[in-house]
Ligand binder design. Structure first.
Ligand code: SAM
Ligand code: SF4
Ligand code: SF4
Length: 341
């Protein structure tokens, strides 16, 4: 064991000087949607999903997260697949919110089952919810969910989450050229009316099965200009170093809007984030091809996890988005539905 890992793991920096502060944890690989940009129906069968036994148990997840906290992680996002398909999720959330050291626990969901679970999640202590919402138009929404989703269910879910006390709720929209561009202003209008925070995410070349084309990307700058022309905007200060979205406030005071520009303005220099799949593999970048299997360590306790993380993190040199397009970088990436965005 080297000297780095014998000292405090939270001091560890990766090869580019970045600490580990943020964990995205997938609790399930299955999903009830088949969004073409993530899990295209023609590539991923309806019954896709590891068998339940291959997923980390709640005890294993708790040990894992404790190990990350020893590494200095303070922010946790629960994701999937569709995390609300994981049975007894509020029980897991209650265990994780009880851990010392985590200051922010959020969940990303497609919202289709949120009306059923919002209250229990709030009572379990979940701090924040992000709902993906690519369109308000029912037919377009259905197509964007791979023919599986009903936007009315998602809107009910958002309403239930607000009623349960989640405030504000973030809404994520991935904008694709000539697909859902026309939904941008209606989505902003909806968010302004109900006090939600709309965030537009550039369409990314995640995974290997979504047939990504650069021409489909609508840059954040273009979207910002379009929104600014309708509702004038002012840039807001970042709330903390490494904040992923650039945020703008509406000059008329009706809230804010954010842009995640992983393609047009990569932010690898401040990337403090690790991802773990539902079967316990560690990915140090959203675009990594392989993950490290942490599961065998979990029976040895959180210190063993922290030491392995420290060792692995100290060697990390990922910065895919800054190198995108270079012939030297591999186009083989873990699928988004395994690591949750
Ligand atoms: N199923 C949940 C949901 O959709 O919110 C959580 C997992 S999903 C993988 C997390 C986020 O990744 C969603 O907001 C989704 O829109 C985003 N996403 C998936 N594929 C993407 C892509 N190719 N480019 C940009 N964002 C993507
Ligand atoms: Fe499922 Fe979310 Fe991927 Fe859509 S983006 S297929 S809802 S995991
Ligand atoms: Fe972080 Fe990798 Fe995204 Fe860069 S490309 S911001 S290193 S996850």
């Amino acid at each position: 064991m080297n000297a780095i890992v014998e000292t405090t793991p939270s001091n560890v920096r990766d090869a580019l000087g970045r600490p580990l502060r943020d964990l995205r944890l997938s609790v399930i690989e299955a999903c009830n949607f088949r969004c073409p940009y993530c899990m295209p129906a023609e590539r991923v069968p309806d019954d896709y999903g590891f068998d339940a036994a291959s997923r980390l148990s709640f005890d294993e997840i708790e040990t894992l997260v404790r190990g990350f906290v020893r590494m200095g992680v303070t922010k946790l996002r629960i994701t999937g697949g569709e995390p609300l398909l994981r049975k007894r999720l509020p029980e897991l959330v209650a265990r994780l919110t009880a851990l010392e050291g985590l200051t922010d626990i959020a969940l990303t969901t497609n919202g289709s089952l949120l009306a059923l679970h919002a209250r229990a999640l709030r009572e379990a202590g979940l701090h924040r919810i992000t709902v993906s919402l690519d369109a308000l138009d029912p037919e377009l929404f259905r197509g964007l969910s791979g023919g599986r989703g009903d936007v009315a269910d998602v809107l009910k879910g958002i309403e239930a989450a607000q009623g349960a006390g989640f405030d504000p709720i973030k809404l994520n929209c991935v904008v694709q050229r000539n697909v859902n561009e026309r939904e941008v202003l209606p989505l902003v209008e909806f968010a302004r009316e109900y006090g939600h925070v709309m965030r537009f995410i550039e369409y990314m070349d995640v995974g290997t099965c979504n047939g990504w084309q650069r021409e489909r990307v609508v840059s954040s700058a273009e979207l910002r200009d379009r929104i600014d022309a309708r509702w004038p905007l002012l840039p807001l200060e970042a709330q903390y170093r490494g904040e992923v979205a650039s945020r703008y406030g509406f000059i008329d005071g009706a809230g804010e809007v954010g842009f995640v520009s992983s393609v047009s303005e990569p932010f690898c220099g401040d990337c403090h984030r690790a991802r773990v799949s539902a079967d316990g593999r560690l990915y140090t970048c959203l675009f990594a091809a392989e993950g490290d299997d942490l599961r065998p360590l979990l029976s040895q306790g959180e210190q063993a996890v922290a030491l392995r993380l420290a060792e692995r993190w100290s060697k990390r040199a990922d910065r895919y988005s800054e190198l995108r397009g270079s012939p030297k970088v591999s186009r083989r990436h873990v699928e988004m539905y395994l690591v949750g965005g």
